[in-house]
Write a protein that binds this ligand. Structure first.
Ligand code: ADP
Length: 570
């Protein structure tokens, strides 16, 4: 080679090196390799085939063909002809005229005619990642030794660029997956009912692996099967009808193996039981990971694909990690359920002896002799008051449970809001007087009629007024008034000049058992944190809304907005 042409060739090759390392996105890198390769050995066409670890071509990129010609060729060559030789033998190949070469497998229809060929393997550290071949040397009848030398040099650099791009893509994908995993794990925390949680787990599994269907099965050891809990994209989602037998399902094998199992082609394992998809067909591939609780497998998450899918190691690890997080959420939901059950059972069980105590103490109080010692009288009074308090607490607990489970029926009647407020205010006035507080009802000229449950409406008002009384200092003022709300609604407003509630806690006080820190409320005020949740549930059961506006040190105003029964009457 002449020095001038050597320098020119070096320049071309160096430019090609720069071009293929400019991009990081795999498809762009591959296209850039095919385009640059043509310049390196001056050819009309170039093609780059990428193979997976099994030597199967997974991408095929061409350069120099028109869009129509490329489309006419089709997707991936099978690598039976000369392409196959390059991949399998891993050594360069030069052909004077491919159309006449006995080793050729034949061009696909609509393939442009090609004559000379130069192909080199693309390999790194002895591993073949693909092959690169050029066809139709420009200006000469065929490729020569020098072309082969330069293309080989370029192919080595191309292999590095491919590996880099793959690593970059894998890292980016892992980052995205970690993000999705965190997001989906977070989404599980809001569910306290196991069934809703299973639904979310199935949905999240589909999103995580970009699949149409997934399901959760829990182990029933006595019945030797995994009954369905819930699934997405299944033909039959009825837990009663769908189960996986331990003997004869992938879930059963996962139980034995203690590790995930991926099945790329389920038709090869016809004897294994899998549920039908929504399309009425059986899934083509499946990935099954165990749900481990306290070190023991007690269920599985199954992910199904309706097409052939080779689950990668990182996908399997991803679903495994998600299953571990889902297990924690499941444990939380199960504990929550147990706590609910325990609370309502305990409340029920305490009721009977408490009623007996209350009755006995009532009888005792009524039949005490006149000369009963004052100290003992005080003790009887204590028992009587505290058993009543305990009874109220149990009643609240049961009431809240019933409300939260939708087990409360309203006894609806035609009511006028002003009248109910007036009656509650008159009942509670002595309570306010005990703390030298003023309870002021500002009546409205307008009548606001509701279809509501009288006892429950009174309960709403009593809860809010008793709180205003409890949390406001001696000598404070509490006002209750009415105003027309928007769209046929009425607002009941209860304002106090108590300690107020910081903005960040204004939503939380309506949650069950939430109480503001004692030290911030001034004095130690007893309570159970059930009053406002009960109130909120009752307001919502009446089709209304409740909220608070407040600033620390500026008092609080609670609003109860309720729908009116009909247009206001004068
Ligand atoms: P309890 O009064 O039994 O603690 P509630 O559910 O009725 O339970 O109230 C929850 C919390 O909201 C109370 O602990 C208190 O911190 C706060 N709160 C309720 N009403 C008021 C009010 N009028 N002023 C200031 N804080 C209030």
């Amino acid at each position: 080679m002449q020095p001038e042409s050597l320098i020119a060739q070096l320049q071309i090759t160096a430019n090609a090196f720069v071009a293929i390392t400019k991009e990081l996105e795999l498809n762009k890198v591959l296209q850039s390799i095919a385009d640059s390769a043509r310049l390196v050995a001056n050819s009309k066409y170039a093609a780059l085939g990428i193979v997976n670890e099994q030597g199967v071509i997974t991408s095929f990129i061409t350069s120099g063909l028109s869009k129509e010609e490329r489309e006419a060729i089709g997707d991936l060559p099978r690598g039976h002809g000369m392409l196959g030789i390059l991949i399998k033998e891993g050594r360069p190949l030069r052909v004077h005229d491919i159309s006449k070469d006995p080793r050729r497998h034949g061009f696909p229809p609509n393939h442009p005619m090609m004559t000379s060929l130069l192909g080199v393997p693309v390999s790194i550290q002895g591993n073949i990642v693909g092959d690169l071949y050029l066809t139709d040397k420009i200006g000469k009848p065929e490729f020569d030794d020098e072309d082969e030398w330069w293309l080989n040099l370029f192919a080595r650099q191309a292999a590095i660029a491919i590996v880099n791009a793959r690593l970059y893509n894998e890292t980016r994908q892992a980052q995205l997956q970690a993000q999705t995993l965190a997001e989906l794990t977070g989404s599980l925390n809001q569910f306290t009912q196991p069934l809703e949680l299973f639904q979310q787990i199935s949905k999240a599994t589909c999103r995580l692996l970009d699949l149409p269907s997934a399901a959760v099965f829990l182990l029933d050891e006595k019945a030797d099967r995994f009954p369905l809990q819930t699934g997405i994209g299944l033909r039959n989602n009825n837990p009663e009808d769908v189960f996986l037998p331990i003997n004869g399902s992938i879930a059963g094998q996962v139980l034995l193996k203690g590790a995930p199992i991926a099945v790329p082609d389920l038709s090869q394992l016809a004897e294994l039981f899998v549920p039908y998809l929504g399309s009425g067909q059986l899934p083509h591939s499946a990935l099954v990971v165990p749900i481990k609780q306290y070190g023991k497998i007690n269920g599985v998450i199954e992910a199904y694909s309706n097409t052939s899918r080779n689950f990668t190691i990182s996908e399997i690890a991803l679903l495994e990690a998600f299953a571990a997080n889902a297990t924690l959420a499941l444990e939380k939901a199960q504990l929550f359920e147990q706590k609910e059950e325990f609370l309502s059972m305990t409340a029920h069980d305490l009721r009977a002896p408490l009623t007996a105590i209350k009755m006995s103490i009532g009888l005792l109080s009524a039949s005490l002799p006149e000369n009963f010692p004052p100290l003992l009288l005080q003790l009887v009074g204590n028992i009587s008051r505290n058993s009543q308090r305990l009874d109220n607490l149990l009643e609240d607990l049961l009431d809240l449970n019933r409300l939260e489970h939708g087990n409360v029926q309203l006894k609806l009647a035609h009511l006028e809001v002003g009248e109910i407020i007036a009656s509650v205010v008159s009942t509670l006035t002595p309570l306010f007087e005990e703390k030298s507080q003023k309870l002021i009802f500002i009546p409205s000229e307008q009548k606001y009629r509701l279809l509501a449950d009288q006892r429950r409406m009174e309960q709403i008002l009593v809860n809010l007024l008793v709180n205003a009384n409890k949390y406001s200092p001696e000598g404070g003022k509490v006002e209750i008034s009415l105003e027309q709300g928007k769209e046929g609604r009425v607002n009941i407003k209860i304002s106090d000049d108590g300690p107020g509630i910081p903005f960040e806690e204004q939503g939380m006080i309506f949650n069950r058992f939430y109480r503001r820190p004692v030290h911030e409320q001034g004095t130690k005020i007893s309570g159970s944190g059930m009053g406002l949740p009960i109130t909120r549930n009752l307001v919502e059961l009446h089709g209304g809304k409740i909220w608070v506006e407040s600033e620390p040190g500026q008092g609080s105003t609670f609003f109860v907005q309720l729908p009116l029964e009909s247009p206001n009457l004068p």
